[in-house]
Design a protein around this ligand. Structure first.
Ligand code: AMP
Ligand code: GLY
Length: 413
């Protein structure tokens, strides 16, 4: 099967790496890709947000499966454009992707489906904002309703900061603060059958000790040795299946990857957010442990045949990833800095590898930074502790001027 992957971050590099190792994949293409993906897939300079252009590319390549990685093309209807050409596509319709594209929509679906989540108000006026902030008190949780690349959420003790963020949004969701550890649980679904993957934990804050601003994610690990072994079944029954059923009932079935961001609170599991695609960087560690070939699973979701798909196989071991980010990320990142030491990584640590996010290759062959999150370094091991040791040995080989990474990913597991 010929596969076309849309996107160009570390998540797409992880998807492409798994697909490149899959015996059922005869040719692998990616648009637009990045300098690392170019090593495993043929790149095409197509705008990922242009549905007609993506569908044209998929037709001309004879793709048997298109995998849409990021949220922006999904919300823009790229999966619909490909599906309309009769090409199997992994990724929800624009209608179903509103689960991620609008936090207010997601809250409405959860309320109807009886899915446990934080109590919330959707506000559009300063009066509504003040009332909601007052009703919940500190810590304040203020969420821009629309897509904001992981930066639309402010959690703060400071009323003034909360107010300013809320006033800067057109529509804002203000909600109750949830405490307890966070878990990311992904599920592959064809709109009816839901197949959960293994849980992972993401580190969202920029600095060690969960300090600093929220980011897209600075590192992750899987499995979660501390989690209740029944967690996945519970979330399937109380969150994932009811949400998929509700979207089908509304006439907008969700097929693709449903990502539940969860808080394990003292009162039980609560949904923090839904995403309509694989999470980044959690995908890097989840796919590192998946033994079932990826293309068949994604194709079964695209074709509506997940009900007869065999149970997934997983490695017993663990994986840890650490993100190396540009100078000033998550603020406006500095780009164009040379990245050195990439070829030393697998020599220094055979169980580690590098997945590219914001990178570009200059004509001279030099690889330079081209975005906020630059690289994800991944390592596997028998335990989280061993994978962690290995990933940091590998990270120490990579040099990026002004770059930064967290030193405490999976440290206290
Ligand atoms: P989101 O983009 O919705 O995942 O939010 C980003 C991060 O903000 C989450 O990973 C949490 O760490 C934090 N957050 C979001 N909503 C809440 C909440 N209701 N209570 C506590 N923290 C939250
Ligand atoms: N790691 C968080 C996300 O992908 O949204």
């Amino acid at each position: 099967m010929k596969v076309l992957v849309i996107g160009g971050g570390a998540r797409e590099h992880a998807l492409c790496r798994s697909l490149s190792l899959d015996p059922d994949v005869t040719a692998l293409h990616c648009a637009p890709g990045n300098a690392g993906i170019a090593e495993v897939a043929e790149l095409h300079p197509v705008d990922a947000l242009d549905g007609a252009a993506v569908a044209d590319l998929a037709s001309s390549l004879g793709a048997g499966l298109v995998v849409v990685g990021p949220e922006a093309p999904l919300v823009a209807g790229v999966a619909d454009a490909v599906r309309e050409r009769g090409i199997p596509v992994f990724g929800p319709s624009a209608e179903a992707a509103r689960l991620e594209g609008s936090k207010a929509f997601a809250k409405d679906v959860m309320a109807t489906a009886g899915v446990p989540t934080a109590r919330s108000y959707v506000c559009t006026t300063p009066e509504e904002i003040d009332e909601a902030l007052d009703a919940f008190g500190a810590p304040y949780v203020v969420k821009d309703d629309g897509l904001a690349a992981g930066k639309g959420v402010v959690v703060t003790e400071d009323l003034q900061v909360a107010r300013e963020h809320a006033l800067a949004c057109d529509q804002v969701v203000i909600e109750e603060y949830l405490d307890g550890p966070e878990v990311s649980l992904f599920a592959v679904t064809d709109g009816e059958t839901v197949v959960p993957l293994q849980p992972a934990q993401d580190f969202k804050r920029a600095l060690d000790g969960d300090e600093g601003p929220n980011t897209g994610g600075m590192g992750a690990y899987s499995p979660l040795p501390w989690a209740d072994p029944k967690l996945v079944d519970e979330v399937l029954a109380t969150v994932l299946q009811p949400t998929v059923d509700e979207l089908r009932r509304r006439g907008t079935p969700f097929s693709g990857l449903l990502y539940a961001g969860l808080a394990i609170t003292s009162r039980g599991v609560r949904v923090i957010e839904f995403n309509a695609r694989f999470g980044d960087p959690e995908t890097q560690v989840v796919l590192a442990r998946l033994r079932t070939p990826l293309s068949g699973l994604l194709l079964a979701a695209a074709n509506g045949t997940l009900a007869t798909f065999p149970p997934l196989r997983w490695s017993d071991g663990a994986a840890v990833t650490v993100v190396i980010a540009s100078h000033n990320y998550p603020g406006t990142p500095r780009t164009g800095d040379p990245i050195e030491g990439l070829d030393e990584v697998s020599e220094a640590e055979p169980h580690a590898y590098v997945l590219h996010a914001g990178t570009a290759r200059r004509e001279s062959g030099e690889v330079v930074s081209a975005g906020g999150r630059v690289l994800s370094v991944v390592a596997t091991g028998e335990t989280v502790a061993q994978a962690r040791e290995r990933v940091y040995a590998a990270v120490s080989r990579v040099r990026l001027d002004g770059g930064h990474h967290r030193r405490d990913i999976a440290a206290s597991i």
